[in-house]
Design a protein around this ligand. Structure first.
Ligand SMILES: Cc1cc2nc3c(=O)[nH]c(=O)nc-3n(C[C@H](O)[C@H](O)[C@H](O)COP(=O)(O)O)c2cc1C
Length: 307
């Protein structure tokens, strides 16, 4: 039985709901010899900032129970080089590309988006990483404050007609409040979740296992946090939610879709197997075939809820 895998967010149709998550698949242009990236629903680039960044000092990753902690520090080429050298490479790719943007001030986010908008390219939209410290407000993360989220989203919205997806941090009191602020200000979709604050200490040296002490926990350890976030957001928001966090199999993807997400992103699992997203897609299709489900989109929010 053929299964329709297409999903739609705003005016963009994605060939399937399996995307690769920011920071875990490079710019999406390096994997030619490893996997056919054209089969993915979309590639989300690593975060692009205004200035080039080398990232944090090593060690910047450590394995933890069912996951890892990273503190890469947004290492990237900077938007000038990205637009000159990487963007044109997407012309020959046959999948949707979403540019992830990060910044430490509102102006930085705006300048990165404006630069990408200023040159011809075929990216379908932007995912905005609001887990970065806002220097103007004394170093707190953008994504923990609904008013900053609202204002940033509104200003980005004024500058693009392409998809605007706000990527939410779980390191907040109430993720729903932040999601609603983004929706009110014109976001087309929400991505949930980014990494969870975590720490691991080497008991021999008595030092943190990574140089920045605290880092971002990802992988299967955070899957229940991601699913709960998607469940709550999709019931509270009128815009689609893309589920992220600990997805390693088709089974995990189905769980996210049932919780309410329209699509999913595969992150940490790519570091072990860059082809895992395509395996997840195959497993998702097999699940639909076995269950007699004609279209993957029918799974979104289709869980039975306690009465
Ligand atoms: C090594 C690494 C680098 C990451 N870099 C970024 C980044 O640049 N921008 C971003 O928005 N998220 C970044 N993330 C977060 C992931 O995109 C994803 O939201 C998170 O890891 C949860 O998904 P997972 O459990 O499948 O990895 C990074 C994650 C990892 C593990």
């Amino acid at each position: 039985m053929p299964v329709n895998t297409e999903i739609r967010i705003g005016d963009t149709v994605f060939k399937n709901p399996v995307f690769v998550a920011s920071g875990t698949f490079g710019y999406g242009t390096e994997t030619d010899d490893l996997i056919c990236a054209d089969k993915l629903g979309a590639i989300v680039t690593k975060s692009i900032t205004f200035h080039p960044r080398e990232g944090n000092p090593p060690p910047r990753i450590v394995e933890t129970p069912s996951g890892m902690i990273n503190s890469i520090g947004l290492a990237n080429l900077g938007v000038e080089k990205f637009t000159a050298e990487i963007l044109p490479l997407y012309d020959s790719m046959n999948t949707e590309v979403i540019v992830n943007i990060a910044g430490t001030t509102v102006e930085e986010y705006l300048k990165v988006l404006e630069k990408v908008e200023s040159v011809p390219n075929r990216v379908c939209g932007y995912e905005i990483n609001i887990s970065c410290p806002n220097v103007a407000r004394g170093g707190i993360e953008f994504g923990v404050d609904p008013e900053i989220t609202r204002s940033l989203t509104a200003q980005l919205r004024e500058r693009t007609d392409r998809l605007l997806i706000m990527k939410l941090s779980p390191n907040v009191t109430d993720i729903v409040e932040i999601g609603r602020a983004a929706e009110d200000a014109g976001a087309d979709a929400l991505s949930a979740i980014n990494t969870v604050i975590g720490m691991s200490i080497d008991i021999a040296s008595r030092r943190s296992s990574i140089a920045t002490e605290l880092g971002g926990l990802s992988g299967p350890a955070i899957r229940p946090v991601g699913i709960a976030s998607v469940y709550r957001l999709s019931r509270a928001a009128g815009i689609p939610v893309i589920g992220i966090g600990g997805i390693t199999s088709g089974r995990d993807a189905v769980e996210y879709l049932l919780a309410g997400s329209i699509g999913i992103q595969v992150g940490t699992a790519n570091l072990r197997d860059p082809g895992i997203a395509l395996v997840i897609l195959d497993e998702l299709i097999s699940y639909c075939q076995k269950q007699g489900i004609e279209s993957v989109s029918l799974l979104t929010g289709a869980m039975d809820e306690a009465s």
